[in-house]
Ligand binder design. Sequence first.
Ligand code: GAP
Length: 510
Amino acid sequence: MSKGEDIFKKIIAHAKEYGFIFQSSEIYDGLSAVYDYGQNGSALKNNIKEYWWKSMVQFHENIVGIDSAIFMHPTVWKASGHVDAFNDPLIDNKDSQKRYRADVLIEDHMAKLEEKINKEISKAAKKFGEDFDEKMFRQTNPRVQANQEKIDNIRSRFVKDMENEDLQDVKALIEELGIACPISGSKNWTEVRQFNLMFSTQMGSLSEGANQIYLRPETAQGIFVNYLNVQKTGRMKLPFGIAQIGKAFRNEIVARQFIFRMREFEQMEMQFFVRPGQEKEWYEYWKDERVKWHKALGIPDELFRLHDHDKLAHYAKDAADIEFLFPFGFKELEGIHSRTDFDLGAHQEFSGKKLQYFDPETNESYVPYVVETSIGLDRMFLAILSNAYKEETLEDGSQRVVLNIPPMLAPVKAAVLPLTKKDGLPEKAREVMDTLKYDFMCRYEEKDAIGRRYRRQDAIGTPYCITIDHQTLQDNTVTIRERDSMKQERISINDVKQVVLERISYHKKQ
Ligand code: GAP
């Protein structure tokens, strides 16, 4: 097992043990790629949502938020292109009877070649020390160049195949690359077929001729169909944005990697409507803004990278992913897409209703262009969790697991802990709890030795522990312990609220 896989297993086990994430319907052996968030998980998830919502809706005067329904008129999905084009290319292995996404098999193959390149680079970096010039090495080392050329050739052939819907050549590519089924080890593959990812259901009673409807595969369409409602009622002037957080559903075939790829998940999307011709400028602006948003959390810069797409979704003219270094490698965390007037134009055509904007500056009416930012809430959760998980050996040789969650996102901000269960300390601690709990999430705990209680709080990422001891009764002071440094300070009870509020404040990070 690689180091990354080992850590990832530990993170999954930790998430369950400490009430962050449970397998859905676990007592019935679970439902594949569907997860429930527990008491700490739902708190962390809500805090991420708030962080996103505030930075989009509250801090931008020209962005407003909505909450549209999951069920939509079936023609929405015809117009959006999802009925015809929201497909994954699938292939089955005839021996193991397992089904795979053809693009994932090919991407995994390219990732192995990339791993070889990275190994060469780290070997050379070690050998040459400070003088090592990675760019030059990539350009001149024959083994690196050969592998890079292979990757580039595979990618461009696959992209061309998908553009031309040449599924036969996708199969030929898999065979030529010698890709084997990870389970059976065989290369006995079926043809590649397209598979639509939308879940469908029936609305109304079957006897009355029910309508087939879909569970939305993205929240964006709820924004597009409300574009004019919001523009008119909010008297919005271009450029302006509409943001939304909500559930989305996709019948993912390769559903693995925990909450990275789920069948029911949540998206935080913002559609930014602009004058045609200005989309490139806004696309660059939002790429930059979104990277800054991630980095403002204090997560190391090297865990992010921007990847421009060469295989575009059916609606996009330009697209880039912000990728995060998950324990299983760099993967997409957020997408920024230049969607042109594809969606509004299609809804105008299919609905027969005008979706134009009258621009008072140019005296023209037109269908606005759209730049979209779209992030998976669950993926953001996984990025925070996997960056936060640390196993530490302390000075006294003992071990602790700590979650260095950014304080403003932590499920519990402060734990209030009486040193013992007697001598009036619990009563005093309850008083402290009552002064804090209206302003931020606190937890009161009196069971077990104080050291064990600190460890439990470390394990859920509580940034501050406030301990009430015998001195508290004499001089009205408490100790406040900081999670990461484990340093303790003595401060007045009267200052506790202000000190914690200041340190968990969103404001300070921006
Ligand atoms: N409206 C554009 C759109 O939906 P996307 O790249 O398909 O674009 C956007 O999805 C984001 O949604 C992704 O970057 C990812 O974070 C998240 N996402 C997509 N599919 C997901 C899945 N099956 N499970 C969890 N998150 C997913």
